[in-house]
Structures are given as structure tokens and as C-alpha cells.
Design a protein around this ligand. Structure first.
Ligand SMILES: [Zn+2]
Length: 181
């Protein structure tokens, strides 16, 4: 994917992150929306971060495109012990948004012949589906449609149903446990 596509998909991912942080984690909307600019930034950083003061300091699609690096940042954003304060919620929203944007960039670079590095920063894998710059309008539109699903009210209903289901099944297990006999 090229620059404009990464800008758009990174921005859209920020809205997915905001929806999850707001609806699932329970961070107030005005705080969780911090994920949007951070995701936008993370979405372009794998390419723009290869340059420092106009000079390329690292080979294209190596360290800055390394999947484990971004996955670790996301893991920290999801599982990190953030204090339940305004600052803590800001930090968590920013980290999740940033990592989500970076991973979005890698996701949309993966189908290009050049691929992205998984195991080491120098060993790349490619899905080899299309050349960079192709099908961008469809990818952006598709990504926006996926993001809109996260904002559908049914998502909340579904998570409640899933919780109820879990309660019911654990109740069943209790009912049929050997202690009963
Ligand atoms: Zn890239």
C-alpha cells in the first residue's frame, strides 16, 4: 500500500480502537478518541520512520515493519497495568491506537510481493496477492465498512449475550457436577 492508503486505513483503525476502548474497556469517549490521531500516526510511521532528517537510516520494510515489535506495543496497550486515572486512560488509548495503526500498516503491506518481516526484521513473508498501490480504493472502503461494524449497537448486545451464555454454561456444569450424586 502507498502513502495515502496508509493515511486513510490508519485513521480508520483509530475509530475501531476507539470503539473497543469505549464500548468494551469502558474508557470515556472523549478520552478513547485519542486513539484516532495516534493510530493515524502509527499507520504511516513504518514508512516515514525509515527516514531521519531526510536520510534513510534503515532498509525499506525491515525494522519499522517488523510484526513482533508492533505486537509487543499492542500487548502492552492491552495488558499493561495502566492506573485507572485520566492519565492512565489517556496512555492506554494512545498506546492501543498507536499499535493498532502500525499493525494496520503491516496488514496492508503484507499482500504486496515485497511482504513484511515476521520472525526476524530481515526475513519477509508475502501473500503475493497484488502490487503495492493496487486496489487501494477497495481496501480503504472495505476497511471503513469493517470499522462501522464496531460501532453498531448490536456489538454491545452480542458481548452481553456472550456473557450470559458463559454464565448459563457454567451453571450447567455445576448442575451436572459429580458432587450432586
Ligand atoms: Zn510500508
Amino acid at each position: 500500500m502507498r502513502g495515502p492508503g496508509h493515511h486513510a486505513t490508519g485513521f480508520i483503525s483509530g475509530w475501531i480502537a476507539t470503539a473497543i476502548l469505549n464500548k468494551q474497556v469502558g474508557i470515556p469517549f472523549f478520552v478513547s478518541i485519542l486513539a484516532v490521531p495516534l493510530s493515524w500516526w502509527g499507520g504511516v510511521l513504518p514508512d516515514s520512520g525509515e527516514f531521519f532528517l531526510g536520510f534513510r537510516w534503515v532498509r525499506h520494510r525491515t525494522v519499522t515493519h517488523w510484526v513482533p515489535l508492533w505486537a509487543i506495543i499492542l500487548g502492552f496497550g492491552v495488558y499493561g497495568a495502566f492506573p485507572e486515572t485520566l492519565v492512565g486512560m489517556c496512555l492506554q488509548s494512545a498506546t492501543v491506537g498507536f499499535a493498532g495503526g502500525g499493525l494496520t500498516h503491516l496488514l496492508f503491506d503484507w499482500p504486496n510481493p515485497q511482504g513484511i518481516p515476521f520472525l526476524t526484521p530481515w526475513k519477509r513473508h508475502t501473500l503475493n496477492w497484488w502490487n503495492s498501490g493496487r486496489r487501494e480504493i477497495y481496501l480503504i472502503t472495505g476497511w471503513a465498512l469493517i470499522a462501522s461494524i464496531f460501532w453498531a449497537p448490536e456489538i454491545n448486545q452480542f458481548s452481553v449475550t456472550a456473557m450470559e451464555l458463559q454464565e448459563k454454561t457454567s451453571g450447567l456444569v455445576r448442575e451436572f457436577s459429580p458432587e450432586q450424586f
